[in-house]
Design a protein around this ligand. Sequence first.
Ligand SMILES: [Zn+2]
Ligand SMILES: [Zn+2]
Length: 303
Amino acid sequence: MSWQVTVLGTNSAVPTPQRSPSAQVLSTEKHSILIDCGEGTQVRMTSFGIKRSRIDCILITHLHGDHVFGLPGLLTSYNLFRRERKLQVYGPKGLRAFVTHNLEMIGTHMNYDLEIIEHNAADPKRIYQDEHLEIRTIPLSHRVPTTGYLFREKIPPRKIISEKATAYNIPYTAMRSLQLGEDWIAADGSTIPNEQLTFPNRTARSFAYCSDTAYREDIVDQVRSIDLLYHEATFLHELEKEADKRMHSTAKQAALIARKAEVKKLMIGHFSTRYKDPKILLEEAKQTFEPTILAEEGLVVEI
Ligand SMILES: [Zn+2]
Ligand SMILES: [Zn+2]
């Protein structure tokens, strides 16, 4: 199964009839991860076939309303639907107070295991890993502490040629070391080179989500050569000063990051409400980085 990124919201600041505030879902074989949870996220999930119950983790970039106002509602819905699985919610410092105060004010006690995990937004850091996936934070420059997130698939570098494994009677317990490139010592003591037993695996998938941020050059090294970069593009470059002042990026700046990092594809979003049709932002970005697409509500990008 490929990785899928489903876009649930693309607008900055406020919801409009056409565009919701920020939210995306990354679906992999083992995980379903919600990134940001703007107002209306639950409605968009239902519209676009994302099952609430499948979400195993929520990542919040920062505590601005257009990224977090959907969270108390979603957490409360899990209570109503009698969620039993644990839910982890990651975000910058202040997230725990935001969630706790909201739930206290409405007098709701969570009947499922809700774990809030805060991180220091200034440090790039691995916040999660298992045998399939690693998640790291990407420090961003915004008016409040903000982090993007980098997702990398974890796969062994080599794949077993099953006929060879059978021919040499290699036990299942030794497969992992072969996948990692080790040779096999046969029963008669001879060495079978790894290249005769395995072939190179495909490259691991990767995705980064960077919103909200002013232009920040050190994002480049952290997202180098990844499959898909989502980068905010709130304004056209003619409003560069406005973007700087409000600590957002222009479409051209998002494209510059993508070009310097040599990513395979750029997706732009977090559009200012002033742009009724965000295609104008796409045209600007494409002049600097051609493989750019527009985030649109309901869009599913395969990685
Ligand atoms: Zn925002
Ligand atoms: Zn913001």
